[in-house]
Ligand binder design. Structure first.
Ligand SMILES: [Cu+2]
Length: 130
């Protein structure tokens, strides 16, 4: 009894060390990454779609995007306006339940969300920022 409880405690301690080590890694491909609080969430869903065709309106300024993979293959998220990619922003989710997130500053306007994986041309959505 005493012995088995000790073993459970040891296991829990080990698990928390692994979790905190993963968090410190900060890699965007870490499976431990979760959507930050307050993030604007976009999901990739079967088959080759975002979870909406139109997002927003959301407020202009710095926006943290969270990208969640509810599909089973690699997807990316980039943002374009007038056929120009918004620089320094790309989220990548490689497999089911993967999450990536990151900030981007957007002025008011109408943007297009795109997955640029070859063959995923269908993954386009409108984002309205105001
Ligand atoms: Cu895709």
């Amino acid at each position: 009894m005493w012995d088995s409880r000790l073993r459970v405690k040891t296991l829990l301690l080990g698990a928390s060390i692994i979790a905190s080590t993963a968090a410190c890694g900060g890699g965007s491909s870490s499976p431990a990454e979760t959507v930050p609080p307050g993030a604007f969430v976009v999901k990739a869903v079967p088959t080759l779609r975002f979870d909406a065709t139109k997002y927003g309106p959301i407020a202009a300024g710095e926006i943290t995007f969270g990208y969640v993979n509810e599909d089973s293959i690699r997807h990316t998220l980039i943002i374009a306006k007038d056929d120009q990619k918004v620089p320094n922003f790309k989220l990548v989710i490689n497999k089911k339940s993967d999450v990536d997130s990151g900030p981007v500053t957007l002025d008011a306007g109408t943007y297009t969300l795109i997955c640029d994986v070859p063959g995923h041309n269908n993954m386009k959505a409108t984002l309205v920022v105001e």
